[in-house]
Design a protein. Sequence first.
Length: 225
Amino acid sequence: MTPTPTPTLAARDWAEIQERMLVPLYEAVFDRLEIGPGDRLLGLDCGAGLALLLAEARGAAATGVEADPARRALARERLLEVAETPPAGVRPYDVLLGFSTSPAALAAALPAVRRGGAVVLAGWGPAERCTVPAVHGCGPVPQDLDALVAAAGLVPDGSGRVFCPFGYADADSAVRGLLSTGLYDRSCDPAQVEKELGEALHPYERADGAVWLPNIFRYVIARVP
């Protein structure tokens, strides 16, 4: 039997600090699609599974896909069904949630979605409305969601914007939360990023020490032809 991986500190920080920042986005999408009993959702790159939990609270059946073993372990601690890769050769799902995904991952998951099913993609909104990308030079790069929809051969079916402020109790929590996203890991030295993030957050600290980073996220909905 393969041992269950122990969640890393970064995965714990994601689940305990950062993941909840995206709840307004999840709820807005679920309201738009009227998610409820009878709906079957597949969450791509689902992290620790908070979006799946919210969908299940509405009566939907939710399954996740998460490549990172530490985050996958946390999702399973929440009694969620989460696999390492998308199911192959079946189309049982009504909705595919790709809140943060690559073109390759999207293409691999699409065969699991029924014809007419919804595909939801999301990313950062206009740069002037997002604080996080401005905090540090190695921050997130916005995706062209409409181009992603077109490249995947999907049919556009609406879009929206959601206010998702990132609020933290203090600067330490802010640094840990932002680092847990993995946005800063690929092209920058982690130790240097941690130091520079702490310094860059000073303008966003409030009198009580809390950190407030306003952001707008954009989502698009498309259909499988």
